[in-house]
Every structure is written in C-alpha cells, then in structure tokens.
Ligand binder design. Structure first.
Ligand code: NAD
Ligand code: UPG
Length: 440
C-alpha cells in the first residue's frame, strides 16, 4: 500500500524505512530541506545501528522517497504523523505546534471528501485528548483518525519497529470509522501481525495513555534503583548486587534497574513532564505527584556524579582537567537530547574545570549543538593529562577498555563510573581509584 510518514526525525525516518522494507511504497515528508536531501541519498541523518543499509536499499529500489512537498502525499492510503512533541520552552507541557501544523497541511492537500478509504495515524507521543481533538478536524473530510503509539528504543530502533513487543490501535468510537482504520492498519502491519506480534485494540484515550504510562513506569524504575544507590552509598552496600538480587523476582524483573547518572534523551524526561502537566490540566495532578520525585531523583544523580568527582579530587574542581568519555544519552546512538553526560560535563566546567569529551559517535552532534565544548578525536586524547576520567555513556569500547592502556597518559588515576559499567576490581588492580554510583 501507499503510505506517507510526516516528520522524518528519529522516529519517522526509521518508520518510513522499515515500512518500505516490508513492501510498502513510502513517501517521507519533512520541512527540513537538508534532512530530505540527505535521506534521498540513502544516508541517515543520525546514527542508528542497522538503519543505513535498509534505507539505502529502499531508496535504490524506488519504494522510499523523501520530499518537502505535502501535495505529494495525496494518493496515500495512510498518513502517519511522526513530528516532534518537545517540551515547551516555558513549562512542562508538550509543544503541539508541529502536530497541529501537520493537521492543517494535510487538510489543505487532501480532497474535501475522500472517495477512497484512507486514515490518519498518530504516532507522535501526545497529551491524552489529542486524537479526539484531531478527529474533529478530519471529520469534515470523512477521514478517520487512529492512534498508534510507538515504543521503539534508540539503538534498537529497526528491530523494535519490525518486531515490537506489541502494537496498539487507539480506534475511533464510530464503528464504521474504526473498521476502516483497523482494516488499513492491519494491511500496513500484515507482516508484523503474521509474526504474531500482540495487538491491543482500544479507544483513543487509552492508546495515548498507554504510551506515556509505559515511559512513566520505565522512568520510575530507573529512579527507584537510583534512590537505592543513595542508600547503598551511605551504608557501604552495592546497588548492582541489590538490583541483581531483586531482579530474580519475576514480578520485579532485571531490566531497567541499572543505577547511575539516570535517564535522558528525547523521550523519558519530556514525556513524564508532559504527562504531569496534562494531569494538572485535567484536575488530577495529585495522581501523578510521585513523578515529580522521579524527575528530581533523576536530576540529583547528575549532581551526585559531580560531587563524587569533587570529593575524589580532594574538594576542588577549579583548575582540574577532566576527561569525559561519552556524550550520547545512551550507547549506540548519537542523540544528545537531554543527555546526562552532556549535562554533567557542563556542570563540571561550570565548577571551573577544563573538560575534554570523547564519544565514538556523538562528537559531531556535540560540536554542532555545543560549539564551546572541547571534543577529542580519540579516547586517548580525551584522557591525556587528565586529573580524573568520567565514564558517562556505557559504550562497549569504554567497558572493554584496559585501564593499563591509559594509566600512563593520565595525570591522576581516578575514574568516576557514572554508568556502573566498569569492573571495579580490574581498575583498582591497575592502580586506579574507582568510584561508582552506589557501588563498592
Ligand atoms: N525518538 C524516539 O525514539 C521516539 C520513540 C517513540 C516515540 N517518539 C515520539 O515521536 C515523535 C517524534 O520524535 P523524534 O525523536 O523523531 O523527533 P525529531 O525532532 O527527531 O523529528 C521530528 C521531525 O519532524 C519534522 N517536522 C516538524 N514540523 C514538521 C511539519 N510541519 N511537517 C513535516 N515535518 C515536520 C522536523 O523537521 C523533524 O525532522 C515525538 O512525539 C516523540 O516523543 C520518539
Ligand atoms: O536501567 C536503566 C535503563 C536506562 N537508563 C537510561 O534511560 C534513558 C532512556 O533509555 P531507553 O529507554 O533505553 O531509551 P529511549 O530510546 O529513550 O527509549 C525510551 O523512550 C522511547 C520514546 O518514547 C520509547 O519508545 C521507548 O520504549 C523507551 O524505552 C537513557 O539515558 C539510559 O541511559 C538508565 O539509566 N538505567
């Protein structure tokens, strides 16, 4: 079938590419001319494992194309909305201006009364109530809206798109509209449904809430284990062992219990804040009061990492040189949106130290958005003459690093393991002072 994906950033570019790869004819639309031009050459605009060969293959076979021109979507059966919903500059709410702009551009190009069965599919993460609001706008054109939230993780985006844990359809109340939307989406995802991916059909509000509830739960799990790390630090315990032990309980599970400098990225932080803001608007802010703590615990972990560094250096950061390993908010990504690593490096600099950062993939992005930062081209260059090294993104290359290979490069053998990803014994045996987050 023919589909359009409007907004081809981290989510949309992967979705468009994967939909083309399972046989659909896909047109990706974006207002960013550079992005469109680059994607049309088969090159992703960000680092995501597995994406480039699939993108290239589908550009070459003609199933995938990118444009700035909305009129090119008119003959599509499904229109996926995948634009950003960032945090507003002056509060916690989601900025809906991009979604609203897409709605207006679609209304301007789609026929006043569609003769074929088509549907508008919401993929962006939105405040509950958005789908119903959009349905009102499209009702005049006889076009059903369906909400189909996306759960992909960066670093695993292709796999998560083609083999997600579940697919959620938030369907309209009108039975005929719901049938049209379901039939079209089932055809679009036939490949995934044939692979027995569970499908949950529900109403608009539940579908929108599923998305933010999932992210709120994940954020809560991370802040829970980070709160435990404060207690293990205070008592000489080890949060990694604690997480392992509680994780054997199936009801708790081992995943998302990695303590450290906390969550960042373009999703969890802004999504929990937008969720709190929407609950406030609905007069139920109290129900989500705990998310304020989740957010605060998360931010405090960043400051705790700086405090640990200060303490390891005898109480003074001013005049020190710190080698920072990592800038991306997580490994296998070059995304630095709300990255704890970038934030901590900034706090350390603010305290008077000189910071040199190395990241295997995010150096270029960091240079673009933080031109004032000093970025090394190699790990060795970042740690040369350092008074301490901070590991702030758990790239495999950092985890595998033999500490002896850099022992003679640094000024002082101090390592702050912000992601609890190193082997303390290995570093101590090599003569380093090892400091983890809630870890012995
Ligand atoms: N990044 C993820 O891993 C992920 C996963 C699940 C859900 N989401 C959600 O998906 C949405 C998109 O996130 P993202 O990370 O891809 O954002 P992004 O900022 O990387 O991409 C958004 C894209 O939309 C484009 N755009 C803005 N206005 C437009 C318009 N009027 N017409 C066409 N294009 C327009 C921008 O140029 C940009 O390329 C958000 O709601 C986010 O919460 C993201
Ligand atoms: O035990 C853990 C797990 C993760 N993190 C951090 O949490 C952040 C988010 O990680 P992750 O959730 O893996 O990455 P995202 O790509 O942001 O994915 C989240 O946000 C997406 C956008 O909404 C959702 O689609 C995904 O399901 C959801 O996992 C990163 O900074 C991680 O370092 C931890 O600190 N400890």
């Amino acid at each position: 079938m023919k589909i359009s994906v409007i907004g081809v950033g981290y989510l949309g570019a992967v979705h468009a590419t994967c939909m083309a790869d399972i046989g659909h004819s896909v047109i990706g639309v974006d207002t960013d001319a550079d992005k469109v031009a680059r994607l049309n050459t088969g090159k992703p605009t960000f680092y995501e494992p597995e994406l480039e060969p699939i993108l290239k293959r589908n550009i070459e076979n003609g199933r995938l194309r990118f444009t700035q021109d909305m009129t090119e979507v008119v003959d599509c059966d499904l229109h996926f909305i995948a634009v950003g919903t960032p945090q507003v500059a002056d509060g916690n709410a989601a900025d809906m201006r991009y979604v609203d702009a897409v709605v207006e551009s679609l209304l301007a190009v789609l026929p006043a009364q569609s003769e074929r069965s088509i549907a508008v599919v919401g993929k962006s993460t939105v405040p509950v109530g958005t789908a119903a609001r959009l349905q009102e706008r499209f009702a005049g054109h006889g076009i059903p809206v369906v909400w189909n939230p996306e759960f992909l993780r960066e670093g695993f985006a292709v796999k998560d798109t083609l083999r997600p844990d579940r697919i959620v359809y938030g369907l309209p109340d009108d039975v005929e509209d719901a049938d049209t939307a379901r039939t079209l989406l089932d055809e679009c995802y036939a490949d995934l449904l044939a692979a027995k991916i569970p499908k949950v059909e529900t109403d608009f509000a539940t579908a929108e809430l599923v998305k933010v509830a999932a992210n709120a739960f994940l954020a809560t799990k991370i802040s829970f284990i980070n709160a435990m790390s404060v207690l293990t630090d205070a008592t000489g315990g080890d949060v990694k062992k604690l997480a392992e032990a509680i994780g054997y309980d199936d009801r708790i599970g081992k995943k998302f219990l990695r303590a450290g400098i906390g969550f960042g990225g373009g999703c969890l932080p802004k999504d929990i804040r937008a969720f709190m803001s929407r609950a406030d608007e609905l007069g139920h802010g109290d129900a989500l009061a705990f998310l304020h703590d989740v957010d605060d615990i998360n931010t405090r972990q960043r400051e705790r990492a700086v405090e640990k560094l200060r303490e390891a250096l005898g109480g003074e950061l001013s005049g020190k040189k710190i080698g920072v390993l990592g800038a991306a908010f997580k490994p296998d990504s070059d995304d630095i949106r709300d990255s704890p690593a970038v934030d901590i490096a900034g706090r350390v600099e603010h305290a008077g130290a000189t910071v040199v950062t190395y990241d295997p993939k995010a150096g270029e992005v960091l240079q673009k958005f933080k031109p004032e930062r000093v970025i090394a081209v190699s790990l060795e260059d970042a740690v040369r003459d350092a008074d301490a090294v901070m590991v702030l993104t758990e790239w495999k290359v950092f985890q595998d690093l033999d500490p002896s290979s850099i022992s003679d490069l640094v000024n002082t053998r101090i390592v702050i393991d912000g992601r609890n990803c190193l082997d303390p014994k290995r570093w101590r045996d090599a003569g380093w002072t090892y400091v983890g987050m809630g870890r012995k």
